[in-house]
Design a binder for this molecule. Structure first.
Ligand code: 5CA
Length: 440
Protein backbone atom coordinates (compact mmCIF):
# COMPACT_ATOMS: atom_id res chain seq x y z
CA UNK A 1 0.00 0.00 0.00
CA UNK A 2 1.40 3.38 -1.03
CA UNK A 3 0.79 5.88 1.74
CA UNK A 4 0.21 8.63 -0.86
CA UNK A 5 -2.87 6.70 -2.00
CA UNK A 6 -4.00 5.44 1.41
CA UNK A 7 -6.40 6.97 3.93
CA UNK A 8 -4.50 7.51 7.17
CA UNK A 9 -5.86 10.59 8.97
CA UNK A 10 -3.11 11.08 11.58
CA UNK A 11 -3.74 13.61 14.36
CA UNK A 12 -0.79 15.78 15.35
CA UNK A 13 -2.28 16.87 18.69
CA UNK A 14 -3.43 14.71 21.56
CA UNK A 15 -7.24 14.57 21.45
CA UNK A 16 -8.63 16.07 24.65
CA UNK A 17 -11.46 13.59 25.05
CA UNK A 18 -9.13 10.60 25.35
CA UNK A 19 -8.43 9.65 28.96
CA UNK A 20 -6.38 6.51 28.42
CA UNK A 21 -3.39 5.82 26.24
CA UNK A 22 -5.05 3.30 23.90
CA UNK A 23 -7.90 5.68 23.10
CA UNK A 24 -5.43 8.50 22.51
CA UNK A 25 -3.25 6.40 20.22
CA UNK A 26 -6.15 4.91 18.26
CA UNK A 27 -7.44 8.41 17.51
CA UNK A 28 -4.00 9.83 16.74
CA UNK A 29 -3.09 6.91 14.46
CA UNK A 30 -6.32 7.39 12.51
CA UNK A 31 -7.71 3.96 13.44
CA UNK A 32 -11.19 4.96 14.60
CA UNK A 33 -13.60 7.85 14.50
CA UNK A 34 -16.46 8.45 16.92
CA UNK A 35 -19.78 8.88 15.10
CA UNK A 36 -21.93 9.43 18.15
CA UNK A 37 -21.47 8.61 21.79
CA UNK A 38 -20.02 5.09 22.09
CA UNK A 39 -20.42 4.38 18.35
CA UNK A 40 -17.34 4.20 16.16
CA UNK A 41 -16.26 3.81 12.58
CA UNK A 42 -13.18 1.68 12.05
CA UNK A 43 -10.95 3.51 9.59
CA UNK A 44 -8.69 1.54 7.24
CA UNK A 45 -5.71 1.12 9.60
CA UNK A 46 -7.94 0.08 12.48
CA UNK A 47 -9.91 -2.25 10.24
CA UNK A 48 -6.73 -4.06 9.26
CA UNK A 49 -5.87 -4.77 12.89
CA UNK A 50 -9.45 -5.76 13.72
CA UNK A 51 -9.47 -8.20 10.78
CA UNK A 52 -6.24 -9.80 12.00
CA UNK A 53 -7.62 -10.14 15.54
CA UNK A 54 -10.80 -11.72 14.15
CA UNK A 55 -8.80 -14.11 11.96
CA UNK A 56 -6.94 -15.45 15.02
CA UNK A 57 -10.16 -15.76 17.01
CA UNK A 58 -11.77 -17.61 14.10
CA UNK A 59 -8.84 -20.01 13.65
CA UNK A 60 -8.90 -20.96 17.32
CA UNK A 61 -12.69 -21.32 17.44
CA UNK A 62 -12.57 -23.58 14.38
CA UNK A 63 -9.69 -25.60 15.85
CA UNK A 64 -11.80 -26.22 18.97
CA UNK A 65 -14.66 -27.51 16.82
CA UNK A 66 -16.97 -24.47 16.83
CA UNK A 67 -18.81 -23.73 13.57
CA UNK A 68 -19.27 -20.24 12.18
CA UNK A 69 -22.58 -18.77 11.06
CA UNK A 70 -23.93 -15.22 10.93
CA UNK A 71 -27.01 -14.07 12.78
CA UNK A 72 -28.57 -10.63 12.28
CA UNK A 73 -28.15 -7.62 14.54
CA UNK A 74 -31.90 -6.93 14.68
CA UNK A 75 -34.02 -9.43 16.55
CA UNK A 76 -37.72 -9.86 17.12
CA UNK A 77 -38.89 -9.09 20.67
CA UNK A 78 -40.99 -12.28 20.60
CA UNK A 79 -37.98 -14.52 21.12
CA UNK A 80 -36.95 -12.54 24.18
CA UNK A 81 -40.47 -12.66 25.57
CA UNK A 82 -40.23 -16.46 25.34
CA UNK A 83 -37.07 -16.62 27.43
CA UNK A 84 -38.38 -14.01 29.86
CA UNK A 85 -35.42 -11.66 29.28
CA UNK A 86 -37.34 -8.98 27.34
CA UNK A 87 -38.45 -7.24 30.50
CA UNK A 88 -35.37 -8.17 32.59
CA UNK A 89 -32.79 -6.64 30.26
CA UNK A 90 -33.80 -3.09 31.09
CA UNK A 91 -32.47 0.11 29.56
CA UNK A 92 -29.31 -1.43 28.13
CA UNK A 93 -31.42 -2.94 25.36
CA UNK A 94 -32.21 -0.71 22.40
CA UNK A 95 -35.84 -1.33 21.52
CA UNK A 96 -37.15 -0.37 18.09
CA UNK A 97 -40.46 -0.70 16.20
CA UNK A 98 -40.64 -1.57 12.52
CA UNK A 99 -43.18 0.00 10.12
CA UNK A 100 -45.79 -2.58 11.12
CA UNK A 101 -45.32 -1.46 14.73
CA UNK A 102 -43.75 -4.83 15.56
CA UNK A 103 -41.35 -4.62 18.51
CA UNK A 104 -37.76 -5.34 17.52
CA UNK A 105 -34.45 -4.92 19.30
CA UNK A 106 -30.78 -4.47 18.44
CA UNK A 107 -29.24 -7.64 19.87
CA UNK A 108 -27.10 -7.22 22.99
CA UNK A 109 -26.35 -10.99 22.82
CA UNK A 110 -27.81 -14.00 20.97
CA UNK A 111 -28.77 -16.82 23.35
CA UNK A 112 -32.45 -16.68 22.31
CA UNK A 113 -31.85 -16.51 18.58
CA UNK A 114 -29.33 -19.34 18.49
CA UNK A 115 -31.63 -21.49 20.67
CA UNK A 116 -34.38 -20.85 18.12
CA UNK A 117 -32.09 -21.94 15.26
CA UNK A 118 -31.14 -25.05 17.23
CA UNK A 119 -34.68 -26.12 18.16
CA UNK A 120 -35.93 -25.71 14.60
CA UNK A 121 -33.65 -28.42 13.23
CA UNK A 122 -31.75 -30.46 15.81
CA UNK A 123 -33.83 -33.32 17.17
CA UNK A 124 -31.39 -36.07 18.17
CA UNK A 125 -28.50 -36.46 20.59
CA UNK A 126 -26.59 -37.88 17.59
CA UNK A 127 -26.19 -34.33 16.27
CA UNK A 128 -24.48 -33.25 19.50
CA UNK A 129 -22.19 -31.76 20.63
CA UNK A 130 -22.80 -28.60 18.62
CA UNK A 131 -21.15 -25.22 19.05
CA UNK A 132 -22.24 -22.36 16.78
CA UNK A 133 -20.53 -18.98 16.75
CA UNK A 134 -20.51 -15.71 14.90
CA UNK A 135 -18.58 -12.44 14.93
CA UNK A 136 -21.23 -9.75 14.82
CA UNK A 137 -22.04 -6.26 16.08
CA UNK A 138 -23.94 -5.92 19.33
CA UNK A 139 -25.57 -2.92 20.93
CA UNK A 140 -25.80 -2.22 24.65
CA UNK A 141 -26.95 1.19 25.71
CA UNK A 142 -24.22 1.42 28.35
CA UNK A 143 -24.79 4.12 30.92
CA UNK A 144 -21.14 5.14 30.76
CA UNK A 145 -19.55 4.35 27.41
CA UNK A 146 -15.90 5.38 27.66
CA UNK A 147 -12.31 4.83 26.68
CA UNK A 148 -13.09 4.64 22.97
CA UNK A 149 -13.89 1.15 21.74
CA UNK A 150 -12.92 -0.32 25.13
CA UNK A 151 -16.45 0.25 26.44
CA UNK A 152 -18.65 1.34 23.59
CA UNK A 153 -22.37 1.05 22.93
CA UNK A 154 -22.01 -0.65 19.58
CA UNK A 155 -19.22 -3.23 19.63
CA UNK A 156 -18.13 -6.39 17.94
CA UNK A 157 -18.46 -9.68 19.78
CA UNK A 158 -17.43 -13.21 18.95
CA UNK A 159 -20.17 -15.16 20.63
CA UNK A 160 -20.29 -18.95 20.61
CA UNK A 161 -23.10 -21.14 21.95
CA UNK A 162 -22.74 -24.81 22.84
CA UNK A 163 -25.45 -27.48 23.01
CA UNK A 164 -25.02 -30.82 24.77
CA UNK A 165 -27.11 -33.72 25.99
CA UNK A 166 -25.78 -33.79 29.56
CA UNK A 167 -24.12 -31.50 32.05
CA UNK A 168 -20.88 -33.52 31.82
CA UNK A 169 -20.80 -33.11 28.04
CA UNK A 170 -21.51 -29.39 28.47
CA UNK A 171 -18.55 -29.05 30.84
CA UNK A 172 -16.35 -30.62 28.17
CA UNK A 173 -17.66 -28.03 25.68
CA UNK A 174 -16.88 -25.33 28.26
CA UNK A 175 -13.35 -26.67 28.68
CA UNK A 176 -12.82 -26.62 24.90
CA UNK A 177 -13.60 -22.92 24.82
CA UNK A 178 -11.48 -22.35 27.94
CA UNK A 179 -8.43 -23.86 26.19
CA UNK A 180 -9.24 -22.08 22.90
CA UNK A 181 -9.34 -18.75 24.77
CA UNK A 182 -5.94 -19.33 26.36
CA UNK A 183 -4.50 -19.98 22.89
CA UNK A 184 -6.31 -17.04 21.30
CA UNK A 185 -5.11 -14.43 23.78
CA UNK A 186 -1.60 -15.81 23.75
CA UNK A 187 -1.45 -15.54 19.94
CA UNK A 188 -2.57 -11.92 20.30
CA UNK A 189 0.51 -11.28 22.43
CA UNK A 190 -1.49 -11.11 25.66
CA UNK A 191 -1.38 -13.05 28.89
CA UNK A 192 -4.96 -13.44 30.03
CA UNK A 193 -5.83 -14.80 33.46
CA UNK A 194 -9.08 -16.77 33.77
CA UNK A 195 -10.96 -15.67 36.87
CA UNK A 196 -14.09 -16.89 38.57
CA UNK A 197 -16.77 -14.42 37.64
CA UNK A 198 -20.27 -13.22 38.22
CA UNK A 199 -22.78 -14.10 35.47
CA UNK A 200 -25.09 -11.05 35.40
CA UNK A 201 -27.95 -11.08 32.89
CA UNK A 202 -26.59 -14.10 30.96
CA UNK A 203 -27.15 -16.43 33.93
CA UNK A 204 -25.73 -19.70 35.26
CA UNK A 205 -23.24 -20.34 38.02
CA UNK A 206 -20.12 -21.64 36.30
CA UNK A 207 -18.34 -18.77 34.64
CA UNK A 208 -14.88 -17.34 33.99
CA UNK A 209 -13.75 -13.95 32.81
CA UNK A 210 -10.45 -13.67 30.95
CA UNK A 211 -8.60 -10.66 32.27
CA UNK A 212 -5.59 -8.77 30.94
CA UNK A 213 -3.74 -6.88 33.65
CA UNK A 214 -3.59 -3.13 32.97
CA UNK A 215 -3.59 -0.11 35.26
CA UNK A 216 -6.37 1.44 33.21
CA UNK A 217 -8.59 -1.65 33.46
CA UNK A 218 -12.12 -1.22 34.77
CA UNK A 219 -12.18 -4.43 36.80
CA UNK A 220 -10.56 -4.87 40.18
CA UNK A 221 -8.94 -8.30 40.33
CA UNK A 222 -7.22 -10.48 42.91
CA UNK A 223 -5.02 -13.43 42.08
CA UNK A 224 -2.02 -15.58 42.78
CA UNK A 225 1.09 -14.49 40.87
CA UNK A 226 1.99 -17.94 39.55
CA UNK A 227 -0.07 -17.57 36.36
CA UNK A 228 2.90 -16.15 34.49
CA UNK A 229 4.56 -19.58 34.50
CA UNK A 230 1.58 -21.64 33.29
CA UNK A 231 1.86 -23.27 29.84
CA UNK A 232 -0.49 -22.27 27.04
CA UNK A 233 -2.19 -25.33 25.44
CA UNK A 234 -0.22 -26.44 22.37
CA UNK A 235 -1.37 -26.13 18.77
CA UNK A 236 -1.90 -29.90 18.57
CA UNK A 237 -4.15 -30.01 21.65
CA UNK A 238 -6.73 -32.78 21.19
CA UNK A 239 -10.03 -31.04 21.83
CA UNK A 240 -11.87 -34.39 21.94
CA UNK A 241 -9.72 -35.57 24.85
CA UNK A 242 -12.10 -35.08 27.78
CA UNK A 243 -9.55 -35.79 30.52
CA UNK A 244 -6.80 -33.81 28.81
CA UNK A 245 -8.95 -30.69 28.57
CA UNK A 246 -10.18 -31.10 32.12
CA UNK A 247 -6.51 -31.22 33.20
CA UNK A 248 -5.85 -27.89 31.42
CA UNK A 249 -8.86 -26.35 33.13
CA UNK A 250 -7.85 -27.77 36.52
CA UNK A 251 -4.30 -26.48 36.21
CA UNK A 252 -5.39 -22.97 35.23
CA UNK A 253 -7.96 -22.79 38.01
CA UNK A 254 -5.75 -24.40 40.67
CA UNK A 255 -4.66 -21.11 42.18
CA UNK A 256 -6.75 -18.22 43.40
CA UNK A 257 -8.05 -15.68 40.87
CA UNK A 258 -11.29 -13.73 41.13
CA UNK A 259 -12.87 -10.47 40.10
CA UNK A 260 -14.11 -8.13 42.84
CA UNK A 261 -17.71 -9.44 42.59
CA UNK A 262 -16.52 -12.97 43.42
CA UNK A 263 -13.63 -12.02 45.69
CA UNK A 264 -13.10 -14.14 48.80
CA UNK A 265 -10.92 -12.12 51.17
CA UNK A 266 -10.08 -15.09 53.38
CA UNK A 267 -8.94 -17.29 50.48
CA UNK A 268 -6.85 -14.42 49.10
CA UNK A 269 -5.24 -13.75 52.47
CA UNK A 270 -4.27 -17.42 52.71
CA UNK A 271 -1.82 -16.83 49.82
CA UNK A 272 1.70 -15.87 51.02
CA UNK A 273 1.89 -12.08 50.84
CA UNK A 274 4.69 -12.00 48.25
CA UNK A 275 2.59 -14.12 45.85
CA UNK A 276 -0.53 -11.96 46.09
CA UNK A 277 -1.52 -9.85 43.13
CA UNK A 278 -4.12 -7.16 43.60
CA UNK A 279 -4.45 -5.19 40.40
CA UNK A 280 -6.71 -3.76 37.75
CA UNK A 281 -7.64 -5.60 34.60
CA UNK A 282 -9.53 -5.53 31.32
CA UNK A 283 -12.13 -8.23 30.69
CA UNK A 284 -11.50 -9.43 27.14
CA UNK A 285 -13.52 -12.63 27.26
CA UNK A 286 -16.25 -14.21 29.34
CA UNK A 287 -17.54 -17.78 29.26
CA UNK A 288 -20.67 -19.21 30.86
CA UNK A 289 -22.28 -22.57 31.50
CA UNK A 290 -25.96 -22.06 32.28
CA UNK A 291 -27.53 -25.50 31.80
CA UNK A 292 -31.17 -25.35 30.74
CA UNK A 293 -31.83 -21.66 31.46
CA UNK A 294 -32.82 -21.00 27.81
CA UNK A 295 -33.62 -24.52 26.54
CA UNK A 296 -36.34 -24.93 29.16
CA UNK A 297 -38.53 -21.87 28.46
CA UNK A 298 -37.83 -22.14 24.73
CA UNK A 299 -38.35 -25.90 24.49
CA UNK A 300 -34.98 -26.87 23.00
CA UNK A 301 -34.97 -30.67 23.37
CA UNK A 302 -33.37 -33.65 21.71
CA UNK A 303 -34.15 -37.34 21.80
CA UNK A 304 -31.59 -39.14 23.96
CA UNK A 305 -30.21 -42.68 23.57
CA UNK A 306 -32.99 -43.77 25.97
CA UNK A 307 -35.61 -42.66 23.43
CA UNK A 308 -36.83 -39.90 25.74
CA UNK A 309 -36.77 -36.12 25.18
CA UNK A 310 -34.08 -34.17 27.06
CA UNK A 311 -33.61 -30.44 27.47
CA UNK A 312 -30.19 -29.49 26.10
CA UNK A 313 -27.45 -28.07 28.33
CA UNK A 314 -26.03 -24.85 27.01
CA UNK A 315 -23.12 -22.48 27.47
CA UNK A 316 -22.11 -19.23 25.82
CA UNK A 317 -18.67 -17.83 25.17
CA UNK A 318 -17.88 -14.22 24.36
CA UNK A 319 -14.79 -12.33 23.21
CA UNK A 320 -14.76 -8.61 22.44
CA UNK A 321 -12.57 -7.95 19.35
CA UNK A 322 -13.22 -4.19 19.40
CA UNK A 323 -12.13 -4.17 23.06
CA UNK A 324 -9.11 -6.40 22.37
CA UNK A 325 -7.55 -3.90 19.99
CA UNK A 326 -7.24 -1.17 22.68
CA UNK A 327 -6.31 -3.84 25.26
CA UNK A 328 -3.36 -4.87 23.09
CA UNK A 329 -2.31 -1.22 22.84
CA UNK A 330 -2.57 -0.76 26.64
CA UNK A 331 -0.18 -3.71 26.97
CA UNK A 332 2.19 -2.69 24.18
CA UNK A 333 3.14 0.93 23.50
CA UNK A 334 5.81 3.52 24.35
CA UNK A 335 5.97 7.31 24.37
CA UNK A 336 6.18 7.39 20.56
CA UNK A 337 3.17 5.24 19.82
CA UNK A 338 1.83 1.73 19.38
CA UNK A 339 4.05 -1.38 19.25
CA UNK A 340 1.98 -4.08 17.53
CA UNK A 341 2.73 -7.75 18.14
CA UNK A 342 3.57 -9.25 14.70
CA UNK A 343 0.40 -11.36 14.72
CA UNK A 344 -1.97 -8.36 14.52
CA UNK A 345 0.20 -5.62 13.01
CA UNK A 346 -1.69 -3.70 10.29
CA UNK A 347 1.39 -4.04 8.05
CA UNK A 348 4.38 -6.36 8.40
CA UNK A 349 6.79 -3.57 7.50
CA UNK A 350 6.95 0.03 6.35
CA UNK A 351 9.35 1.24 3.68
CA UNK A 352 10.33 4.83 4.45
CA UNK A 353 11.60 6.84 1.50
CA UNK A 354 13.56 9.66 3.14
CA UNK A 355 13.74 11.64 -0.08
CA UNK A 356 10.85 10.98 -2.41
CA UNK A 357 11.69 12.27 -5.87
CA UNK A 358 15.37 11.36 -5.55
CA UNK A 359 15.91 8.84 -8.36
CA UNK A 360 18.14 6.50 -6.35
CA UNK A 361 15.88 6.51 -3.27
CA UNK A 362 12.78 5.95 -5.40
CA UNK A 363 14.42 3.05 -7.23
CA UNK A 364 15.59 1.41 -3.98
CA UNK A 365 12.15 1.76 -2.40
CA UNK A 366 10.36 0.48 -5.50
CA UNK A 367 12.64 -2.57 -5.49
CA UNK A 368 11.97 -3.24 -1.79
CA UNK A 369 8.23 -2.59 -2.03
CA UNK A 370 7.85 -4.77 -5.13
CA UNK A 371 9.88 -7.71 -3.84
CA UNK A 372 8.32 -7.77 -0.36
CA UNK A 373 4.77 -7.40 -1.70
CA UNK A 374 5.40 -10.16 -4.21
CA UNK A 375 6.57 -12.41 -1.36
CA UNK A 376 3.16 -11.96 0.29
CA UNK A 377 4.16 -9.37 2.91
CA UNK A 378 1.79 -6.57 3.89
CA UNK A 379 3.94 -3.55 3.09
CA UNK A 380 3.22 0.11 3.66
CA UNK A 381 5.34 2.35 1.45
CA UNK A 382 5.72 5.91 2.69
CA UNK A 383 6.16 7.59 -0.69
CA UNK A 384 4.71 10.93 0.43
CA UNK A 385 6.75 14.13 0.21
CA UNK A 386 6.63 14.74 3.97
CA UNK A 387 9.86 15.51 5.80
CA UNK A 388 11.86 12.47 6.96
CA UNK A 389 11.18 13.41 10.60
CA UNK A 390 7.41 13.33 10.01
CA UNK A 391 7.70 9.95 8.31
CA UNK A 392 9.66 8.49 11.25
CA UNK A 393 7.11 9.85 13.71
CA UNK A 394 4.22 8.37 11.71
CA UNK A 395 5.93 4.98 11.46
CA UNK A 396 6.56 4.93 15.22
CA UNK A 397 3.00 6.09 15.98
CA UNK A 398 1.26 3.42 13.91
CA UNK A 399 3.53 0.75 15.37
CA UNK A 400 4.47 -1.34 12.33
CA UNK A 401 7.04 -3.90 13.63
CA UNK A 402 9.78 -3.33 11.02
CA UNK A 403 10.85 -0.03 9.45
CA UNK A 404 13.01 -0.09 6.32
CA UNK A 405 14.65 3.26 5.92
CA UNK A 406 16.07 4.37 2.57
CA UNK A 407 18.04 7.64 2.65
CA UNK A 408 20.23 9.16 -0.09
CA UNK A 409 23.51 8.50 1.73
CA UNK A 410 23.01 4.79 2.39
CA UNK A 411 21.28 4.14 -0.93
CA UNK A 412 24.35 5.56 -2.69
CA UNK A 413 26.23 2.59 -1.17
CA UNK A 414 23.46 0.18 -2.18
CA UNK A 415 22.35 -0.03 1.44
CA UNK A 416 19.30 0.66 3.60
CA UNK A 417 18.66 0.63 7.35
CA UNK A 418 16.26 -1.66 9.19
CA UNK A 419 14.80 -0.51 12.49
CA UNK A 420 12.97 -2.78 14.91
CA UNK A 421 10.03 -0.78 16.29
CA UNK A 422 10.01 -2.63 19.59
CA UNK A 423 13.69 -2.59 20.56
CA UNK A 424 14.76 0.42 18.48
CA UNK A 425 17.70 -1.68 17.23
CA UNK A 426 19.05 -0.57 13.85
CA UNK A 427 20.97 -2.54 11.29
CA UNK A 428 22.47 -1.45 7.97
CA UNK A 429 22.52 -3.93 5.10
CA UNK A 430 22.25 -4.19 1.34
CA UNK A 431 18.82 -4.06 -0.29
CA UNK A 432 19.08 -7.71 -1.31
CA UNK A 433 20.10 -8.76 2.21
CA UNK A 434 17.09 -6.86 3.60
CA UNK A 435 14.72 -8.61 1.20
CA UNK A 436 16.19 -12.01 2.09
CA UNK A 437 15.98 -11.29 5.80
CA UNK A 438 12.36 -10.14 5.70
CA UNK A 439 11.11 -12.76 3.29
CA UNK A 440 13.06 -15.68 4.77
N1 5CA B 1 -23.60 -14.00 25.63
C1 5CA B 1 -22.45 -13.87 26.49
C2 5CA B 1 -21.29 -14.63 25.98
S1 5CA B 1 -21.34 -14.93 24.29
C3 5CA B 1 -22.11 -12.41 26.69
O1 5CA B 1 -22.77 -11.54 26.17
N2 5CA B 1 -21.06 -12.16 27.46
S2 5CA B 1 -20.50 -10.74 27.92
O2 5CA B 1 -21.56 -9.86 28.27
O3 5CA B 1 -19.57 -10.98 28.96
O4 5CA B 1 -19.76 -10.09 26.71
C4 5CA B 1 -18.71 -10.82 26.08
C5 5CA B 1 -17.52 -9.94 25.77
O5 5CA B 1 -17.91 -8.83 24.96
C6 5CA B 1 -16.87 -9.30 26.99
O6 5CA B 1 -15.98 -10.19 27.62
C7 5CA B 1 -16.16 -8.11 26.38
O7 5CA B 1 -14.91 -8.51 25.85
C8 5CA B 1 -17.08 -7.72 25.24
N3 5CA B 1 -17.91 -6.56 25.62
C9 5CA B 1 -19.00 -6.55 26.43
N4 5CA B 1 -19.50 -5.31 26.56
C10 5CA B 1 -18.71 -4.49 25.81
C11 5CA B 1 -18.71 -3.10 25.51
N5 5CA B 1 -19.63 -2.27 26.01
N6 5CA B 1 -17.75 -2.60 24.69
C12 5CA B 1 -16.82 -3.42 24.16
N7 5CA B 1 -16.78 -4.76 24.38
C13 5CA B 1 -17.70 -5.29 25.20
Amino acid sequence: MRLSRYFLPILKENPKEAEIVSHRLMLRAGMIRQQSQGIYSWLPLGKRVLDKVNAIIREEQNRAGAIELLMPTLQSAELWQESGRYEDYGKEMLRIKDRQERPMLYGPTNEEMVTDIFRSSVKSYKDLPLNLYHIQLKFRDEIRPRFGTMRSREFLMKDAYSFDLTQDDAIHSYNKMFAAYLRTFSRLGLRAIPMRADTGPIGGNHSHEFIILADTGESEVFSHKSFVDFDIPAEDTDFDDVAGLQAIFDKWTSVYAATSEMHDEAAFNAIPETDRLSARGIEVGHIFYFGTKYSEPMGAKVQGPDGKEHLVHMGSYGIGPTRLVPAIIEASHDENGIIWPDSVAPFDCVVINMKTGDAACDAACDRLYGALTKAGKDVLYDDTDDRAGTKFATADLIGVPVQIIAGPRSVANGEIEIKDRKTGARETMTIEAAINKLVG
